[in-house]
Unconditional design. Structure first.
Length: 577
């Protein structure tokens, strides 16, 4: 037993400070404030840190002649200081975006960073915490021999033994976990790997490993997609003679069954219902999202792959670039790209949408800033592009929609605070006043979303215009179980009810009077397609035909409005996207 414990007994200060610097204090602090982890998650977290600390002490003992301990201290303190500052200043851990900024930063920029941020409260706090740990380390090393003698008592060994046992169990779980990361084949698998670790907040190592892996795989995916895009641009033309505005509006977290347009008892979509009754809007009944995560959905929607045929988005062209090549001005106004930019999902999505080469190939312009509410995004777009828009435009809006929590997604004014808990009529046993209020707030967010859609319609109503609206995915709002939101598909049981509320989505097509007058037969054809089974990853094909674009990428059997369309009822594995 003494030999097993020897690395700890002879390097007790290094063992203790390694656990603290690996996240021992930060995980406990995060748990105290947010209570996100259960007992098993915490045990696995500390087990992983104990095993890492033991291995550091073991290597330090074996290689003490080359002073490896000093290197361990330098690396641990550096990683911890960076992670501590990020948490205090930005409430985030190490992320791919942070690492990329670090790799791209030169000496002058580093100097500028310290001049700007050194004299700030987060930096003061970081220095204070690191100084405390440094003092513990210095005093521990000064009295290391004395500490080793104290720890050599039998009772101390028996106390250390179960701690090491916990480290063995946690370490074994960690080995399996990091092997899984090494076997990830794409950014989605790596992203899901990180999200599966409940105790990752406060621990630098999992976030650091994910970040390095995600940067590598993201680069590979992007290079493949950019190559596929460039390969098809030489064979693109447009037969359209008229002016045309195509507006693609991508919402967020929209529960189809809480839309009045689809029969919900609360009047959450008055504008869309009015347009439907006028004959200018069709609501499609059998449309699904390819997944329930925004980053996965948008990459598959904006590329020309088909998930039913197990095609990867990274192997296919990015369709906005094809529109740009065909002579359209392409505008992307995204109200989410600055939300939590260091989150795993945000990195994997933004690295695609806002890659420099993709921007060069695809967009006339993108927005510089978001808005507190989606209506502000539309106003910003109209003000900044009205004088610049040409005769043919593809306008893509990515909204905040009804994102969790819905109460933050609409202005708290009388016009939009229409519903309250008393209006909610559901009878489920788990519904209390608090949950009914959340349902009412979701209804208010849906009604505000409807007002935003009307705002977009009014912007182009007098032009030759088509608008297509759909959300990235659905959302559960206490529909059949006590759940508001979504879970990772890998951690939830995929049932018909889950598919109904998280994967089935609203899909609407609206046209201006001017477009309908000159395309009456086409409009009637579109109306006959409302019961076709379709997934939004094939959006590009119907857009190509509506825009008169000729490209070898177009496939009529994937075009929802084509007479050759093949209904997409084939099962596909959402976990493999």
């Amino acid at each position: 037993m003494r030999q097993i414990l020897r690395p700890i007994l002879e390097n007790a200060p290094l063992f203790l400070i390694s656990i603290l610097l690996l996240g021992g204090f930060d995980v406990a602090f995060h748990q105290y404030h947010f209570h996100e982890n259960d007992a098993l998650g915490l045990l696995l977290a500390y087990g992983e840190m104990i095993m890492m600390a033991y291995l550091i002490c073991l290597c330090s003992l074996w290689l003490r002649k080359i002073r490896l301990k000093v290197l361990f201290y330098v690396v641990l303190f550096t990683i911890y200081a960076v992670n501590c500052y990020l948490r205090l200043a930005y409430s985030t851990d190490v992320s791919p975006k942070i690492l990329m900024l670090f790799f791209e930063t030169n000496g002058k920029e580093i100097s500028g960073f310290f001049k700007t941020y050194f004299m700030t409260p987060p930096m003061y706090k970081t220095i204070a915490v690191v100084t405390v740990f440094l003092l513990i380390t210095v005093f521990g090393e000064i009295f290391r021999s004395r500490i080793a003698r104290k720890l050599s008592k039998p009772i101390i060994r028996w106390i250390l033994l179960p701690i090491l046992l916990l480290g063995t169990v946690g370490g074994a779980a960690a080995v399996v976990r990091y092997c899984r990361l090494a076997l990830c084949n794409n950014t989605f698998e790596a992203e899901r790997w990180l999200m599966d670790i409940p105790f990752r907040k406060g621990m630098a190592v999992p976030n650091l490993c994910y970040s390095l892996d995600a940067i590598h795989m993201s680069g590979q995916d992007l290079n493949h997609m950019i190559s596929a895009t460039e390969a098809v641009l030489d064979d693109v033309s447009c037969e359209l003679a008229d002016s045309l505005n195509i507006i693609v509006v991508i919402g967020e977290s929209y529960n189809k069954y809480r839309s009045a347009l689809y029969g919900y008892y609360l009047n959450t979509t008055p504008s869309q219902c009015e347009e439907r009754d006028k004959g200018n809007l069709y609501a499609f009944n059998r449309v699904k999202a390819p997944h329930n995560m925004t980053s996965i959905v948008l990459k598959n929607v904006l590329c020309c792959n088909n998930v039913h045929e197990q095609e990867l988005w990274s192997d296919f062209p990015y369709f906005p670039a094809i529109f740009r090549k065909a002579g359209f001005d392409v505008w992307l106004w995204d109200n989410q790209y600055k939300w939590d930019p260091d989150a795993a999902w945000a990195f994997t999505l933004n690295s695609v949408l806002f890659n420099e080469r993709i921007q060069e190939l695809s967009y006339t312009a993108i927005n510089e800033n978001g808005a507190p509410y989606d209506g502000g995004l539309i106003t910003d777009f109209d003000n900044k592009t009205k004088a610049r828009r040409g005769n043919r435009n593809l306008i893509i809006f990515h909204l905040g929609g009804q994102h969790f929590l819905a109460s933050s997604q609409y202005p708290h004014e009388a016009e939009y605070e229409v519903f309250s808990a008393k209006d909610v009529k559901e009878k489920a046993a788990y519904l209390d006043d608090e949950r009914r209020q959340r349902i009412a707030e979701y209804a208010n967010a849906t009604r505000y979303n409807d007002a935003v859609i009307r705002q977009i319609m009014e912007m182009v109503r007098e032009t030759n215009a088509l608008l297509i609206y759909f959300p990235d995915h659905g959302e559960e709002v206490y529909d059949y179980r006590d759940l508001y939101g979504r879970k990772l598909l890998a951690t939830d049981q995929i049932t018909p009810d889950l598919i109904k509320y998280q994967i089935e989505i609203p899909f609407i097509v609206w046209c201006s009077d001017k477009w309908k007058l000159s395309h009456q037969a086409e409009w009637e054809t579109i109306g006959k397609c409302i019961d076709r089974a379709f997934t939004t990853d094939n959006l590009c094909h119907l857009l190509f035909r509506l825009a008169g674009i000729k490209t070898k990428v177009y496939q009529a059997e994937r075009d929802l409005f084509s007479p050759k369309f093949v209904p997409q009822t084939k099962e596909y594995n959402m976990l493999s996207l």
